[in-house]
Design a protein. Sequence first.
Lengths: 536, 158
Amino acid sequence: MSEVTIVGSGASAVHFALSVLQMGYTVTMLDVGYAKPETVNPKDTLNGLKENLADPVGYFLGKKYQALILPDAEKEYYGIPPSKDYVFKIPENFREQSTGFEPLFSFARGGLAEAWTGGAYAYNDEELADFPFQYGDIEPFYNEIAKRIGILGDNDDLARFHPWHEHLLPPLELDEHAALLYAGYQGKRELLQKKFSCYFGRSRLAVLSRDFAGRQACDYSGRCMWGCPSDSLYVPSLTLEICLTFPAFTYIPKMLVTHFNYGAANRIETVVAYDLEKKQAREFPVRRLVLAAGTLGTAKIFLNSIHRQTGQILTLPGLMDNRQILIPFINLQLVGKPFKPETYQYHQLAMGIAAADPRKFVHGQITTLKTALMHPIIKDIPLDLKTSIFLGRNLHAALGVANINFHDDRRPGNYVTITADPDPLRAKLLIKYSPPARENKNLKNLISQVKRILLKLGVVVPPGMLHVRPMGASVHYAGVIPMSTASAPLTASADCRSHDFPNLHFVDGSSFPFLPAKNLTFTLMANAARVAKKEF
Amino acid sequence: MPMSTEKTDAKIDGECLALGRYLFNQEVNEYVRDKYRSANAMLELGNTVGHFDALLVSIAVRHPLLAKACDAYARFFVPQGALRKKMVLLLAIAEVTPPTFRFLDATDSGGWFMFFVRIMWKGMGMVFFLLPALFVLLPLQLLLKMIGFTRWKGESHV
């Protein structure tokens, strides 16, 4: 029997695993683990793929045209590339039903961050105010994760919001559009800061600007969205590969964990998984169980376990997610100019809008569109398609999207629960979410402010193209079993040990008591390493 | 009676060629036609359309000028109809396929001023084609709706 059993293989799971393996523990990881397809033509640039692949349509749009966005589709500007379909594949036995929430689940080897855009921002002391620890307590673990995965950034105006930690690599070369925007900001820096409390800087990214730990620096192939062929954009499956080199590590894929069984003094004795290959339940004895299946996956396992043993259907309140707004824009300086596809494709610039309450800081990521598929944008232009294509061709270099993110609080009306079913495999996860009161008014004010900021940079927002994404779309879920210094049921200790089960830890977002506007993944990884150090 | 597969394929190929000429000013290659055909079948773009939708596609493929009028009309009056779906599908295929992706990635020469002139010209062109289309197609669309002709009674592909 392993000393530690971990459920899931996402960002927090793999960094927790690596931390305890380095401390000498034996570890078993149970995971569904849908695997990434083989990287095609790794030496080709994006346009090289279009030229050289035998079936480029199959690669870019999918064999079933799943990345095609027709005029009757929801207003999304990026489809999920077919090469990343495995990230969002769901086992047929997994059931959920949501109200006011459109969740995405991942059962991939490496979890949801296999499809992330690499934003790696540390939480500051204000954002950690509801956490039972301060920045100084987690800082060594931010440093440790930065050392493991490689994070780039600059000590710029955004450092006032994003603490400056160790092991930061120099930033990548900006593409022409991002460089123009940044220069525009530098020229109007004082005005933007004074009038709009707005600050720009380089994105902190889990991307390599130089060769690092056996991985290659970004070679600007332009393939970021379709899966980095050089592994310079960090994904958790890379850390899983490192874990697999430890003889004390056992990875068991194709296991959909449904619940755990506990005995006297609520001590967990076994964990039960449905073997997706053999189509039967399997039971694994455990000493210490670590749930890292993602907030919603962890909640389902936790609720199923209690229901199975006591018959109780519990509700876990406080579900959080970042509201996101996509604001497409056109940079007038680049109208009619050609674009260079061989550049880094995700956000290279970030923006922050300070608020009187620092917890309400608004975080934005600026993506200049180069190699994204254009048909989802062209179809929404309010002109005939031929004229829209003309516009698309001549505006391509000028297009960008600001992705504006908002914080979220734990509110009792937002919860997860399950349906009563004696078979935990058949139990359905139920999710209910309502936005905070006055959200519409706040969003409207903020959108207007962002439009004015962009206008100062010579950038206009075309009418009718802004998109308020549904809750659940950001995939930054947190908050249903929060860390708390009070030993209350259905909460966790400051070091993420369950207050209900003494040999259970939660190392994913489920234990976060607050969700700042910025991407939580870096903090998930750092917190997992912190829990390993504190509790093991 | 449904058309034979061969006849249907030939019709879809013709549709693809005509829409390709209209949208990209060039003949699309066999690979694009093959993909367009398979997507039409897989996504059932021809099977579930209404009578008016089918009529609009059949007019659009006759001549680029008719395609322009139908395109302008469809943008405002049938924005989620079969014609726009088929054109967006063809655009999506073309943007990842050589040589059409190079045409779609290229800009027109002339800088800001010429861009402005061209977009004004194209905007006026859209209005020029939209107005007669409106006079002919809108009453037809309303009439077909009134008499409840919601399904194309004949062929399974438009």
